[in-house]
Design a protein around this ligand. Structure first.
Ligand SMILES: [Zn+2]
Length: 255
């Protein structure tokens, strides 16, 4: 069985003591790639070093997380541009809008998101979207920029059936993670009716660990619990879930 974790921050300090071990655990459950979303200037170098020492399993994205859009966002964007000119990245991200934590840089979040969407088109790579309390706004941003070439994923999707369908119609994928296993989240009822060709798996490690590890540090090997839950929700086998979500991820990210 082959699985791809399309979203895991394994370069963060949370994993400094056992990174090699957790990559091995991920490989043991069938994970063949771990895609690493960038956050900001503080962690870009660490991410790239983690990629280099991951034995080919870790692949870096490049971008500015919406929660890191602060006073220095133009400096951050200029640095991203430099990185993009220097080497290839698997995607732009994570970018998007976060209206949950802090609204004081709302306009700048829009500006940074727009810029990163344009880079995704220019460099012809997917865009990985963080859309906390902003799914409709992010859908509008994609829709406004969709002239056929833009592609990507709404990471950690937890919206409605209607939003899921709109995202699919825009040619985008839904990143499904630990939230699917949370009782009362209701995501299972939404995903039940969504065509699996729109779904990719992710952990968002170290955050949002699936049941039975909810509340603990998340890691890529726990993707198996997401795959199992998705199989249950869709009435498929775990093997079938692995085949289709891995093919989706390979197609989207060109793996
Ligand atoms: Zn993330």
């Amino acid at each position: 069985m082959k699985l791809i974790d399309t979203h895991a921050h394994i370069y963060l300090g949370d994993f400094d003591s056992d990174r090699t071990f957790l990559i091995e655990s991920a490989e043991r459950v069938g994970v063949t790639k771990i895609l690493m979303p960038a956050i900001d200037i503080v962690t870009h170098q660490k991410m790239i070093e983690t990629e280099a020492s991951s034995g080919g399993i870790g692949l870096s994205m490049m971008g500015l997380h919406p929660c890191s859009v602060k006073e220095n966002y133009l400096t951050e964007l200029a640095l991203i541009r430099e990185y993009l000119e220097k080497r290839k990245f698997v995607a732009i991200g994570e970018t998007g809008l976060d209206f949950y934590w802090d609204l004081s840089f709302k306009d700048q979040q829009y500006e940074a998101f727009q810029q990163q969407i344009e880079w995704a088109i220019e460099y012809d790579i997917p865009v990985v979207i963080h859309s906390r309390n902003s799914t409709d706004e992010c859908i509008r941003m994609v829709s406004k920029n969709q002239q056929g070439r833009l592609r990507g994923v709404f990471h950690c999707f937890s919206g409605s059936k209607e939003q899921a369908n709109q995202i699919g119609e825009l040619g985008f994928y839904l990143g499904i993670g630990g939230v699917l296993t949370f009782k009362n989240a209701g995501l299972d009822k939404v995903i039940k009716d969504i065509d699996p060709r729109y779904l990719v798996l992710e952990t968002d490690a170290p955050y949002l660990a699936p049941v039975p590890y909810r509340g603990k540090r998340n890691e890529p090997s726990y993707i198996i619990y997401v795959a199992q839950k998705l199989a249950e929700v869709k009435g498929m086998t775990v093997g079938e879930v692995a085949v289709i979500t891995t093919a989706n991820a390979q197609k989207l990210f060109g793996l």
